[in-house]
Design a protein around this ligand. Structure first.
Ligand code: MN
Ligand code: MN
Length: 470
């Protein structure tokens, strides 16, 4: 072999930018505009479910519960969605083949790291009203102080009615805020480790400073806040206990870079994979295999609970769909799950030239080099990982190459540096083939995370061919 032939034996990962023609590039940029709109309206898992179902209905999807009530028979090309307590949702497009032969599944999560209010949140201290909080998921606490914050939540009132509250997103709204110590008085704080610089119990939200008129009353600032909340939302302090209030960064997603090549948003992890898989399934009409996109909650805290991946919701929904297709029995259900193929669509860490030491350059993902296939996650010796099978990776590789998808491989950090997990190992318990496959990010889990516009587009394209052809 000559040198050229020998060089062809090496594997090079290319930039999506170099592979898209001008028309495709324009389409990719337009796609990221739609993505930003979605992100601005879906900053919590509940808002994401609302937006997903709204769009699903516009695309001809019907509620699985309605289909069950009406005793509808499902056939190839029918589209249904299953809503799990307004916090998780699954979309199905019924295929021509029996479901028993397996489904093509893409699963992402729609919860993101954030700060939750405690049940007894509101208190007063030295003329300030504040909210007590308990953060949700892995955050670097120091990143959440002195930035504009918004409150998104739902309150279940005494009479059982439910209201949604969003404060801090409209430009005329006030924002919420967590203070930090002025540098002049921070000598002790600055000596601490980053981990301890801002403590969890100190992530208290500043919500007011104006007392009620009655000078004799106690806790006058707190009472004023309660009055404002009561006037606007008809709620009292006890209603905080039957509420879910989430504190997220206030504001909209933005283009990043003078060349506008990147998107900054809250919650790319993992609504970037949610949105791309949603757009992908909307392109599917009458597939051979039944296609599913799954959007789950609670991934950032271990996937437990009725709305997390560990719950039986997905399995139960598949059973219901099979039943309406006249295919259900216990054995068929088990076969359907075991014969399925799944992309666990979650984000990966992109190489950051400012922090080169934590990733191993030959095996980490790079922004702009397309969708990331991550064979294994885990930490300290692949602990708790789903290590995807070479045979399945082979299928994915051929599929992506055949359809000219720009893809790369990723690894969540150097060996012994840290690590993490996704929902992959949970669905793998059914015996289905699963591999992690998603978008590489900078500043993952920060209030504002960064993604490449071409990676977003390429991920959508990859998900579409996976649903259609795997
Ligand atoms: Mn994730
Ligand atoms: Mn995460």
């Amino acid at each position: 072999m000559n040198t050229k032939e020998l060089q062809n034996l090496t594997k090079k990962f290319e930039y999506v930018w170099d592979k898209l023609n001008p028309q495709d590039l324009k389409t990719a940029m337009e796609f990221s505009e739609r993505y930003k709109n979605f992100m601005d309206s879906a900053k919590t898992e509940r808002e994401a479910v609302f937006e997903i179902i709204k769009r699903a209905k516009e695309n001809g999807y019907i509620d699985l519960n309605d289909a069950i009530k009406e005793g509808r028979k499902l056939k190839a090309g029918d589209k249904v969605y299953a809503n799990n307590k307004n916090k998780a949702v699954a979309l199905f497009v019924i295929g021509k083949e029996d479901i028993e032969k397996g489904m093509n599944i893409i699963g992402s999560h729609i919860d993101s790291p954030r700060i939750d209010l405690k049940p007894n949140a509101l208190y007063e201290d030295e003329g300030f009203a504040l909210f007590e909080t308990h953060y949700y998921g892995g955050i670097k606490k120091y990143q959440w102080v002195t930035i504009p914050l918004a409150l998104h939540g739902v309150v279940v009132k005494k009479d059982g009615s439910k209201i949604n509250i969003v404060i801090g997103e409209d430009e005329n709204d006030p924002v919420l805020y967590i203070t930090d110590l002025l540098i002049h008085l921070a000598a002790d704080q600055m000596d601490k480790k980053l981990m301890k610089g801002i403590e969890g119990e100190d992530l208290n939200i500043l919500v007011g400073n104006q007392p009620i008129e009655d000078k004799e009353a106690k806790e006058r600032v707190k009472l004023n806040i309660l009055r404002l909340l009561n006037e606007k939302y008809d709620i009292s302090e006890e209603d905080f206990i039957t509420a879910e209030f989430e504190i997220v960064p206030a504001g909209k997603s933005r283009d990043v870079g003078l060349d506008r090549s990147m998107v900054m948003a809250y919650g790319h992890d993992d609504r970037i994979c949610a949105y791309t898989s949603l757009e992908a399934i909307f392109e599917i009409e009458v597939p051979n295999k039944t296609c599913v996109v799954l959007f789950v909650d609670k991934e950032e805290v271990g996937s437990n609970g009725a709305t997390g991946m560990y719950s039986k919701f997905f399995e139960n929904s598949v059973a219901e769909v099979m039943n309406l297709k006249g295919e259900y029995n216990e054995l068929n259900l088990r076969r359907a799950l075991a014969n399925s193929k799944m992309l666990s669509s979650d984000v990966s860490a992109a190489f950051d030239p400012i922090y080169p030491s934590v990733l191993e350059k030959k095996n980490c993902a790079y922004m702009g080099k397309g969708i990331v296939i991550t064979k294994y996650t885990g930490s300290r010796g692949k602990l708790s990982c789903n290590d995807a099978n070479a045979e399945f990776l082979g299928e994915i590789r051929n599929l992506f190459n055949e359809h000219n998808i720009t893809w790369q491989t990723g690894e969540l950090g150097k060996v012994d540096q840290g690590g993490g997990g996704t929902i992959a190992y949970i669905t793998a318990e059914y015996g289905m083939e699963v591999v992690d496959c998603g978008v590489a990010l900078l500043s993952m889990h920060a209030p504002w995370e960064i993604a490449s516009k071409v990676d977003i587009y390429e991920t959508y394209r990859a998900y579409k061919v996976f649903l259609q052809y795997i």
